[in-house]
Design a protein around this ligand. Structure first.
Ligand SMILES: Cc1ncc(COP(=O)(O)O)c(C=O)c1O
Length: 480
C-alpha cells in the first residue's frame, strides 16, 4: 500500500480524539498527577520491534490509553505544582493540530512566507503585551536553554576582533580566557550554553546573591575587575527575572550599568517570570530590560502555549546573524536580501510553525485575559503563603514574588538535618497521593519545598487541598 491513510480515518478518529481531549481537559483529576509506574514498566509493556504491517488506528489508540497513559505525569493536571507548572490551553491545542496538518518548515521566508511573517507579528505583539519599547527583533526557539545559548554566541560575536566565527577557539594562544557571569541562582542552562560554546564551565562565574537571592551588583563589578586584572575577557552577563529556585529578580538596571561600562553583553533570562509583565501589576519586573542586549521569555511556561515556545528577543539581530548566517547554494532564494530568513538566527535549519499557537493563544485570551490569569495565579500563591505563615510548625523560605512559594516544615524541637529529612519524606508522601505534585530545592543548604501555581485550570480548592495534604503528611510523619 502507498500513500497516506484515507481522510475518512482522520474524520472518524479525529472526532473521537477531540472528544477524548475535551473529556481529559474537563476531568484531568481522574488521573494521578504523578505517574506511578516503575522504571522500565512502560517499555516492557510494548513490543520490542515495530509491526511488520500497518495496524489499525483503533488498536494504536487503545494502546495509547492502556499502555502509554499510565506512564504519563499530567502537567495539565490542576494539582501540578512542581518545578514551574505549565499548561496548554484550548487555542494552543487547536493550533498544534493545524501546525501538524500544514507541516510547514519555516526555515526560509520562501518556504512559507506566512510562517515567517506571523512569527514576526506574534513576537511583536508579545513585546507590546510585555510593555517593552520598540527596537527588538524576535524569533521563537524551542526552549530558553537554546535562546540563552544563542545569546552567549552573539555576545562572543559582538567582539569581532576575536575572529571566533572563522578561526574558532581551539589551539589559539592569542585568545584571552572568556568569562560569563550570572548569579549563583541562575538556571543551569547558562552553564550548558557555556559548555556547548566551548567557554568551559570554570569560566561561568557565579556571583553571590543577597539574602533575597538576587545578584549583588557590587560583587559582579568586583568579579569583572578581578578577571580583567588577571588578563581575562568578560563577555556576557546573564541576569534572571524569576530564578528557578525562588523566582527572585536580579537588579537588571544596576547590572546593565556595569555591562555598559565593561562592554559586556547583557542577556536577561525571564523564561518564567518575564511573562508576568503582561499584567500591568507586574510590568515593573522587566524594569531595566530596555538596556539589555537580549531577553528570553517562555510562553510555554506561563502563557498557556503548549510546549515548546520560547520567545527570544535581541536588540542586535545583526550580531546574532553574523554569528550564525551561512547560506549554501541550495538555500539561496531570490528575495533573501529583502526578507527575514529565520535560519539565519541560530543553529537549526528546520523550524516548526510555533508562531501559530502563540498568535492563537494571544488572540483567544487577549491582553486582559492573559493578565487576569497570571494575576489569579499570584493571588493563589499569596493565599498559600498566608496559610504557611500562620502555622507555627511551618515557615516561608523565600519572598513570594510571583506565583511560587518556597516553604518548609520546621517545628521547634527538630534539628536542621531532621527537618531536611522530614520535608523530603513529606514531599514523598504528598506526591504519592496522586492528587498534587510539588518539588523541592535547597536554599542556604537546607531542603525546601516549592509550590508553583501556573496551570490554567488550577483553582483555590486545588491549592487548599495541597495545604491539607501537606499538613496531614507532617502529622503522620511526626507520629511515625
Ligand atoms: C529561569 C529559568 N531559565 C531557563 C530555564 C530552562 O527552560 P527551558 O526548559 O525552556 O530550556 C528554566 C526552567 O525552568 C528556568 O527556570
Amino acid at each position: 500500500m502507498t500513500g497516506d491513510l484515507p481522510t475518512s480515518e482522520l474524520l472518524t478518529h479525529g472526532e473521537k480524539l477531540l472528544g477524548w481531549i475535551a473529556e481529559y481537559l474537563q476531568h484531568p483529576e481522574r488521573f494521578p498527577v504523578v505517574s506511578p509506574v516503575a522504571p522500565g514498566e512502560v517499555r516492557a509493556s510494548l513490543p520490542a520491534a515495530p509491526p511488520e504491517s500497518g495496524e489499525s488506528l483503533e488498536r494504536i489508540i487503545a494502546d495509547f490509553e492502556q499502555k502509554i497513559l499510565p506512564g504519563i505525569t499530567h502537567w495539565n493536571h490542576p494539582g501540578f505544582f512542581a518545578y514551574f507548572s505549565i499548561s496548554s490551553s484550548i487555542p494552543g491545542i487547536l493550533a498544534e493540530l493545524l501546525i501538524a496538518a500544514l507541516d510547514v518548515n519555516a526555515m526560509l521566508w520562501k518556504t512559507s512566507p506566512a510562517a515567517t511573517e506571523l512569527e514576526q507579528v506574534a513576537m511583536d505583539w508579545l513585546r507590546q503585551l510585555l510593555g517593552m519599547g520598540e527596537g527588538w527583533f524576535g524569533i521563537i526557539n524551542d526552549t530558553a536553554s537554546i535562546s540563552t545559548m544563542l545569546a552567549l554566541a552573539a555576545a562572543r560575536e559582538a567582539k569581532p576582533e576575536l575572529q571566533i566565527r572563522a578561526r574558532g577557539m581551539a589551539g589559539r594562544s592569542d585568545l584571552p580566557v572568556m568569562r560569563v557571569y550570572c548569579s549563583e541562582h541562575a538556571h543551569s542552562s547558562v552553564d550548558k550554553g557555556a559548555l556547548a560554546l566551548g567557554f568551559g564551565l570554570d569560566n561561568v562565574v557565579k556571583i553571590a546573591s543577597d539574602d533575597e537571592f538576587r545578584m549583588r551588583p557590587g560583587a559582579l563589578a568586583a568579579a569583572v575587575r578581578a578577571d580583567r586584572n588577571a588578563g581575562m575577557l568578560p563577555i556576557a552577563c546573564v541576569a534572571t527575572v524569576g530564578t528557578t529556585s525562588t523566582t527572585s529578580i536580579d537588579p537588571v538596571d544596576e547590572i546593565a550599568e556595569i555591562c555598559g561600562i565593561e562592554e559586556m553583553w547583557l542577556h536577561v533570562d525571564g523564561s518564567y517570570g518575564g511573562v508576568a509583565a503582561v499584567s500591568p501589576r507586574y510590568r515593573h519586573v522587566l524594569r531595566g530590560v530596555e538596556r539589555a542586549d537580549s531577553l528570553v521569555v517562555n510562553p510555554h511556561k506561563w502563557l498557556f502555549t503548549p510546549i515548546d515556545c520560547s520567545a527570544f528577543y535581541t536588540r542586535r539581530p545583526d550580531v546574532l546573524k553574523r554569528a550564525f548566517s551561512l547560506v549554501p547554494e541550495y538555500l539561496v532564494t531570490r528575495e533573501q536580501d529583502e526578507v527575514v530568513n529565520l535560519m539565519d538566527y541560530g543553529v537549526q535549519l528546520g523550524r516548526r510553525f510555533r508562531a501559530l499557537k502563540l498568535w492563537m493563544v494571544m488572540r483567544a485570551f487577549g491582553a486582559d485575559g492573559l493578565a487576569s490569569r497570571i494575576e489569579r495565579h499570584c493571588e493563589l500563591a499569596r493565599m498559600f503563603e498566608h496559610w504557611v505563615a500562620a502555622d507555627p510548625d511551618w515557615e516561608l523560605s523565600a519572598p513570594v514574588t510571583f506565583s511560587l512559594v518556597c516553604f518548609r516544615y520546621a517545628p521547634s524541637g527538630l534539628s536542621e538535618p531532621e527537618r531536611d529529612r522530614a520535608n523530603a519524606e513529606i514531599l514523598q508522601r504528598v506526591n504519592a497521593s496522586g492528587e498534587v505534585y510539588l518539588s523541592h530545592t535547597k536554599l542556604n543548604g537546607v531542603y525546601v519545598l516549592r509550590l508553583a501555581v501556573g496551570n490554567i485550570r488550577t483553582e483555590e480548592r486545588h491549592v487548599a487541598r495541597a495545604w491539607e495534604l501537606l499538613r496531614e503528611a507532617s502529622v503522620s510523619y511526626s507520629s511515625d
